[in-house]
Design a protein around this ligand. Sequence first.
Ligand SMILES: [Zn+2]
Length: 447
Amino acid sequence: MSDLMQNVIEQYKDRLETRAVVQGRKAIEESIPTLRSLLGDGLWLVAVDDNTWNVAGKRLASALDVAGIRWERYDVPSPEGASEPLCDDATIARYADALRSVGATAGVAVGAGTINDVVKYACSGLKLPAACVATAPSMNGYTSTIAAILQDGVKTTQPCAAAIAVVADIDVLAESPMRMIQSGIGDLMSKPVSNSDWIVSAKLAGSHHSPEAMAIIEDGSRLLDGVAPLLPKRDRGAIDRLSASLMLSGFAMAVAGSSSPASGGEHLVSHYLDMTAYAHGLPHDFHGCQVAVGTLAAAHIYERILALDPSDINVEERVAQLQPWDAYRTLLEERFGVLYEAVLPHAKAGYPSPEQLGQRLTLLKRDWHQLMAAARRTLRTRQSIEDELQQAGCPVRFSEIGVKSRDRALESVAWAKDIRSRYTVLHLAWEIGGLDEWAEDAVSVLA
Ligand SMILES: [Zn+2]
């Protein structure tokens, strides 16, 4: 798998900051020469928590000692009352302070999404190289140029330099918590709908589309053939493929210069759940597990859209029904409460003027068959995605990801479009006038 990833790095070296992915059964030990050449000699500040220290940090530490590389341990603190660290501004600032105060020349993350994001974002700000030793195949952020950061209770994605090297030790990944493995495949299984969203938004909202990034995503997707049923057995070959597919997904985002290749309306459902969980002290699940359920909701909405007769879309009527922005803003205030201020700029950026709405719906009707055929090329049915997720043991219902209230499930589908302006199937469904009804029946199936 390392060869496959190295080929992509070579091919897109002008656009990728990651220079090496060392993946395999003894990757931690075997990565040391690569890490040394990319991070340089000096002092490395190795960020861990208790758990990641035990599963991978100790092995890395011994290998660094054997190689005579200077390093110091940094324990990423968890917020009060929490069992795991959180990637927020304060946590990033503390790690950045530690980098400065010890005179570190590089940062190394030993962990999954959170610790990786803390380290790469802090290092990016200080122009220091960062490497990551992955501890779970739980999401596609290891090779991405964005970090998910909680700011004022809102989960944001911020641009940053990618890790210059990523180490994926297959035995470490295979022994990670099963829920994190499920999260990884859940994140990738969003592809059928997120890629359709990308095609739709390129056509209807003029977003940038990158055929090269799409090709990388396709390569990664092919690696997953037959992988799902092997994951519950922690099959090393399947974990190897899952990990490579996640790395490629991150590369695709870096090549495209946005998260579009791997994130559409289904991700908004997950972000909505995260935001409301942090704001109101509600439970949430791993990113990819939430994305899996969001994907099924989005796939369901696509099925409803594909079944429409475009001549039934009445453009004048829809434009006439469009609420003035001020009235909609009042509605947002009621819906989002304490999160309103944070959501407002995103919602406003995504809210169409009557002219925009009219133009978009006219274009939609005119090019309906061509657009739906393009979306169909990547789409899959809700049932087929659900079957594959279930083979992997991945959650497929809101109740399985801690969303016990039907209202909260419904809101995550019907309201999530306002937390980010990038056009998705949720925006399309809303503009057609079907979102509330289709969210309602998606949740009837998926609650
Ligand atoms: Zn994701």
